[in-house]
Design a protein around this ligand. Structure first.
Ligand code: ADP
Ligand code: MG
Length: 682
């Protein structure tokens, strides 16, 4: 008798090799298997007449085999099965590669369904390597078919058949952690129906019901988890910080903080003196000077005798913060250290030891800072930069460590209210609504590729005035395969250096480089040892080189508006007039409209609003980017109504049963979600 923890190798067709491949997707048990949801669906319910097939389209055809299949051996390792099929409207020639068994399976006079890409012309229709099955089998044709995210060594066919078996084995024993009264009150279907139809939907309506139920469930557990995190924190007492003479810090800075920055600092310091842990979001557009707000809080915390940590989402950014902040803070007697995933093991060990002994006051790094074995003597403040990359998981991880440091979250991404509610639902908010003085808005242009010569001339002109340029190439990829960003960037940089700018210094940086290499390139660029930096979006967040005045973005249509805005934020950080040039040969109306938004405004909130309006909320965050635990079905952009319902339901349940003592299944699910999230960081 199977249960949910049964090993997937009990499934017919899954042996050790496929099990190993599936393990990479995190699928080890029957439960993991059936929780592997389709990434999309293909509606193959309707067959087309052969005569109506349009070359290039993918479609189903129901046709009869007209003559016995023939097999020819083309070359070593390549056998070809050819067969002709007919319906009342025409003739279709089919070819299959290396599937010789079909010779005996496709029987003359029998009818089959073929699903594939039609080729040929009006006179002769063909299909190469279609999916084929007998009429009425309705496994991969004649129905709505799930399409799963795959991994090497496991095909759609294998996955879908395994999940079918998994569902059959588990249907009767699926536990439902959603309290029945909640399920009924919100008109949600039962768990068994939901699982069956999220995989193999009977029709659109059934799929909707399944999706709604599963999305609700995710949002509900998520809301419960968040609300418990919050209430747990509110009951925690910490020793209030004492006043510190902040003028010492302010005088050490090369500039005066703006009023907006000062206000954010004051709000944060007040929190830290309140006796309950600070939990604050500091939001400000790119270039508004969030780093110094963080630095002020760090200074304040350390002068209160406690340690502080600053977490950045990328190594480049962590190093940059280190190089920017350490000199100022060390002069004020604060002992700083940099700790990232790629620090040598020996350095890591030594820093960890010093943190544990309280010999380092302030650690800067990636999430290596809060993971695994790193211990602090007395961690008083954690600042996370560009938070949406981390999300709730980190906060859960910190809470799981049992520490209650003050938390300051810095984010440039202006996000719509509803999303803010779940991403930052438990945070107080400060906004830096002014840019530092002397900034001039970045002049932004959208041009076609034919402008390249003019763009290069422009770069040269600014270089002669001492300014530097970023050129961003997107990962160009026609297929769904991840593109080779390395190739795009290195080839383009080499071309620029040899053919366009032999007299200037061209460098490049991409995500596949070793951390030390990236660091060297960025440091050289910051020190103006290079003039032009060709890069992928690794430079998207936070990088700060005030002398860079030109941002050129190739294939700009491939980026979202908010992402383009972030990239543009890499220039215009000093007092020079800066420029952003969006290059795109895609001249369709929608693209032009999108890019035009950026040429019209430099206000991040306006850009985000337009982004949402033009793209639809579903795409606002890349699904992977939101970093929220357990949200696989729910779409945090689209399902706002459902989110509100789920939040209310969660509040209701917690009001009746604050410790979930009466709902142990629910408690277990929530705990599991949040520990998983915390674990995934380790
Ligand atoms: P972001 O909000 O995007 O993180 P940063 O903190 O990186 O912005 O600051 C952007 C640039 O503005 C940096 O070069 C920083 O030194 C500078 N800066 C920050 N605050 C001020 C200020 N009050 N006056 C002048 N320049 C400032
Ligand atoms: Mg920043």
């Amino acid at each position: 008798m199977a249960d949910l923890t049964t090993d997937i190798q009990t499934i017919k067709g899954i042996g050790p090799q496929r099990a190993a491949a599936l393990k990479k997707l995190g699928i080890e048990t029957l439960r993991d298997l059936i929780a592997w949801f389709p990434r999309k669906y293909d509606d193959r319910r309707h067959s087309k007449r052969i005569a109506d097939l349009v070359p290039g389209e993918t479609a189903c055809v129901t046709a009869m085999i007209a003559s016995p299949p023939s097999v020819s051996h083309i070359r070593k390792g390549m056998d070809l099965v050819k067969v002709r099929a007919v319906d009342e409207s025409g003739v279709l020639d089919l070819t299959f590669f290396n599937q010789t068994w079909l010779k005996n399976q496709l029987i003359q006079g029998e009818t089959y369904v073929f699903y594939g890409r039609a080729e040929g012309n009006l006179l002769r229709k063909t299909m190469a390597a279609p999916i084929v099955e007998p009429e009425n089998r309705k496994e991969f044709t004649g129905r709505i078919v799930p399409i799963y995210p795959l991994t090497a060594g496991v095909s759609q066919l294998v996955l879908s058949r395994s999940i079918r078996q998994g569902l059959d084995a588990c249907a009767a024993i699926l536990p439902d952690a959603l309290p029945d009264e909640v399920r009924q009150a919100h008109h949600l279907c039962r768990i068994g129906f939901a699982y069956e139809n999220i995989h193999f939907p009977e029709d659109e309506h059934a799929l909707d019901l399944a999706r709604r139920r599963l999305a609700f469930e995710e949002l509900f557990f998520f809301s419960i988890g968040l609300q418990r995190l919050r209430s747990r924190r509110e009951t925690v007492q910490v020793e209030p910080c004492k006043a510190v003479d902040m003028d010492v810090f302010y005088h050490a800075l090369p500039f005066a903080l703006t009023d907006a920055q000062r206000r954010c600092v004051e709000e944060a310091l007040r929190d830290m003196c309140s006796g309950i842990p600070m939990n604050r979001l500091c939001q400000g557009d790119v270039g508004s000077g969030k780093t110094m707000v963080a630095a002020a809080c760090i200074y304040f915390c350390v002068k209160n005798g406690r340690q502080a940590a600053l977490m950045a989402p990328t190594e480049i950014l962590a190093r940059q913060h280190y190089h920017g902040l350490a000199p100022i803070l060390e002069r004020l007697g604060i002992r700083c250290a940099l700790l990232t995933g790629s620090s040598p093991a020996k350095t890591k060990r030594s820093i960890a030891a010093q943190l544990a002994a309280g010999e380092i006051d302030f650690a800067i790094g990636t999430h290596a800072l809060i993971t695994g074995s790193v211990e602090y003597a007395d961690l008083g403040l954690v600042v996370t930069d560009e938070q949406h990359r981390f999300g709730v998981a980190q906060r859960a991880a910190l809470a799981a460590k049992g520490a209650h440091p003050h938390i300051l979250v810095m984010s440039a991404t202006p996000i719509p209210r509803t999303l803010a509610l779940i991403l930052y639902g438990d945070l107080e908010v400060s906004v830096i609504d002014r840019l530092p003085p002397g900034r001039r808005p970045v002049e932004t242009y959208s041009v076609p590729g034919s402008y390249h010569p003019r763009v290069y001339n422009f770069i040269r002109k600014l270089a002669s005035q001492g300014r530097q340029t970023y050129i961003v190439c997107p990962q160009v990829s026609e297929s769904e395969e991840p593109a080779d960003e390395r190739k795009a960037v290195t080839a383009y940089a080499a071309m620029l250096q040899s053919q366009i700018f032999p007299d200037l210094r061209v460098a490049f940086v991409h995500g596949k480089m070793k951390a030390a290499e990236k660091d060297a390139v960025m440091t050289a660029f910051a020190a103006h040892e290079t003039d032009i930096l060709v890069a992928t979006t690794v430079i998207e967040v936070g990088v700060d080189v005030p002398n860079a005045a030109v941002m050129v973005i190739e294939n700009a249509e491939r980026f979202g508006l908010s992402q383009l805005h972030q990239l543009r934020g890499r220039v215009g950080r000093g007092s020079h007039q800066s420029y952003c040039i969006l290059i795109s040969d895609n001249q369709n109306k929608e693209t032009r409209q999108r890019l035009k938004v950026l040429t019209k405004t430099t206000d991040g909130f306006k850009v985000a609003e337009e982004d949402l309006r033009l793209r639809g909320p579903g795409d606002f965050f890349g699904q992977r980017q939101h970093g929220l635990p357990g949200l696989k079905v729910a779409d945090i952009g689209c399902d706002t109504q459902l989110l509100k319902e789920a939040q209310l339901a969660a509040e209701d349940l917690l009001a009746q049963d604050p410790d979930l003592r009466l709902h142990p299944d629910t408690a277990a699910r929530v705990a599991e979600l949040f520990t998983q999230a915390a674990d995934s960081l380790n």
